[in-house]
Design a protein. Structure first.
Length: 73
């Protein structure tokens, strides 16, 4: 888990993907974040979270609705 020094927001992400959020994720005092904790994947099983983007929500529809327009969406 990291905390962004500018915003105070906390993020849980793969450590190798810090470059997706930060331009220079190198180590040292000049970084834009602080690592608060490290977790194994199994430690996160069953945990609830707020997705960063709302389009990752899973949408479920009955099969009959999905096939009506023949698009299968």
């Amino acid at each position: 888990m990291t905390i962004d020094k500018a915003t105070g927001h906390k993020y849980i992400l793969l450590e190798k993907r810090l470059d997706a959020l930060y331009k220079n994720p190198g180590k040292g005092e000049n970084t834009e974040f602080t690592v608060l904790a490290r977790f194994k994947g199994q430690d996160l099983v069953g945990k609830k979270y707020v997705p960063l983007f709302d389009y990752f929500y899973e949408v479920r529809r009955p099969l009959s609705c999905a096939m009506e327009g023949r698009a299968g969406i």
